[in-house]
Write a protein that binds this ligand. Structure first.
Ligand code: ADP
Ligand code: MG
Length: 462
């Protein structure tokens, strides 16, 4: 009898081959839910219910893996084409990855509550707006919440402050706790600072054994702001053992930090490397559209449906982090409530004047063009011409994208700077860049750099 079951279709056999050759979490996350739609001489159409899975496979080596295995099964060269079979369910967990496997026996829910941080009720996935800047971190958090210990271990999320790390970490906790099959799951959420303080107390009180037992006997350990371990040798040592015990028992570890593992000062190499074993996901500054969506949503949560011009005004002026956006919304809504008036653009401009600050350096189109020309070695005249070669199109699209992010210019103003292109061209350009930012860390870095440089340039000019 052949080693693959004869009853399996060539497609199943191909998946089975991938399963036997890849790590379990990889297979479970990306391949398990694929289905055969059709196959002809050249193309094999494969369905997935999940946009993220589709994008990810298409943008990575996994597509190649799929093609190789299909070729072996079908005995001919086939190009895999991934097709979205159904939109993700309209639940609060938009874009959820495939559902978890066997449910666990039911038992009372258990969240260790003695930490000083409790979960915030509104830090759930449903209230989290997904954009290119946080898509990976969000999807990975969902995957981990669905399959603790199976999907990515550890999951390491990092970003500057106020960009949603704590929200996502707590979102995982809420989801794990809510799922009926997970009721016996022991989950512990705490800040790294608490972890350090508990450790110090335990040492002082001679209760190290209890400390160890507690943190090494959970199914999911979530530690927020792990960069707090910097410069603390002894606790790093302790955490190293906690990590190993949990990891070896396939328990889920989720960490957040304000920088990448290797950038945490004086973090032992062995911890740095362990933090990278699973998935490291960075959250970037949100793009204009994501900021706008967040403003709308937060406004609605407070009972105000904000006009588009108010939303656009806020989104184009406040682009540092989401906590600031929230501050601005609270201010706006609070003032409107106090004065009992409607929120229109003029009102927004007045009540946010000091937050937005008239003197804050305004990035101009010239600043943007200067940094792009400098970095990408293109000619401004080419970007403004009708030329459509790749070497010119990409920088031109970048300029349009940056102008939308950093300036107040309207879409047609922006198009006007580049040979009188119309607003649909500008929208298309912005979408192309967003897509590349979300798929390609290189592009994402480049965009961050250019933003920084354009801002720096604009403030020098004043
Ligand atoms: P961090 O831990 O990275 O400093 P937080 O998770 O505390 O940031 O987020 C700051 C605030 O912004 C929180 O109130 C959070 O709910 C909100 N927030 C962050 N990202 C999003 C998002 N993508 N959608 C909605 N709200 C967000
Ligand atoms: Mg935080």
């Amino acid at each position: 009898m052949p080693h693959l079951e004869t009853s399996a279709s060539p497609f199943e056999a191909a998946l089975e081959r991938i399963r036997s050759q890849t790590k379990k979490p990889v297979y479970e996350t990306w391949f398990r839910n694929l289905e055969l739609l059709s196959v002809d001489d050249e193309v094999i159409r494969i369905g997935t219910p999940n946009q993220f899975v589709k994008d990810w496979i298409e943008g990575s080596d996994l597509l190649h893996t799929l093609a190789l295995s299909m070729r072996e099964s079908y005995g001919k060269e086939l190009t895999p084409e991934l097709v979205l079979t159904a939109q993700p369910e309209e639940s609060e967990e938009q874009g959820a990855l495939p559902p978890p496997s066997a449910p666990k026996p039911a038992a009372p829910p258990l969240l260790e509550k003695d930490s000083s941080i409790q979960l915030k009720a509104d830090y759930v996935f449903g209230g989290f707006i997904v954009g290119p800047n946080n898509r990976l971190a969000h999807a990975a958090s969902l995957a981990v919440a669905e399959n603790p210990g199976q999907a990515y271990n550890p999951l390491f999320i990092h970003s500057a402050v106020g960009l949603g790390k704590t929200h996502l970490l707590q979102g995982v906790c809420h989801t794990v706790l809510k799922r009926p099959g997970n009721q016996s799951t022991k989950i512990l959420y705490l800040s790294c600072e608490d972890f350090v303080n508990r450790f110090i107390e335990a040492v002082k009180d001679g209760e190290l054994e209890q400390f160890r037992y507690k943190y090494r006997n959970v199914d999911v350990l979530v530690i927020d702001d792990i960069h707090f371990l910097a410069d603390k040798e002894r606790i790093q040592e302790e955490f190293f053992h906690t990590f190993n015990t949990l990891y070896n028992a396939q328990k889920q570890i989720i960490l957040s930090a304000d920088c990448a593992p290797s950038e945490i000062p004086t973090l032992e190499d062995r911890l740095v490397s362990r933090f990278k074993w699973g998935l490291v996901a960075r959250i970037d500054l949100p793009e204009f559209e994501t900021r706008a969506a967040i403003i709308k949503q937060k406004g609605e949560a407070k009972g105000y449906r904000l006009d588009d011009d108010v939303v656009n005004f806020m989104a184009s002026h406040i682009n540092s982090n989401i906590r600031e956006l929230e501050g601005a919304i609270n201010r706006l809504v609070g003032t409107a409530h106090l004065m009992n008036c409607a929120i229109d653009l003029q009102f927004a401009q007045q009540s946010l004047a000091d937050i937005i600050g008239g003197d804050s350096a305004r990035v101009t189109m010239k600043d943007i063009c200067d940094v792009v020309v400098d970095r990408l070695k293109v000619k401004l005249s080419d970007m403004q011409s009708k030329k459509r070669t790749k070497r010119v199109t990409f920088p031109r699209q970048l300029c349009m994208f940056l102008a939308r992010e950093l300036t107040d210019l309207t879409l047609s103003d922006i198009g006007g700077h580049f040979g009188g292109r119309d607003h649909t061209t500008v929208i298309y350009a912005i979408e192309r860049i967003q897509e590349r930012v979300s798929k390609d860390p290189e592009v994402s870095h480049l965009v961050d750099d250019l933003k920084r440089e354009a801002r720096a340039l604009s403030s020098q000019g004043r």
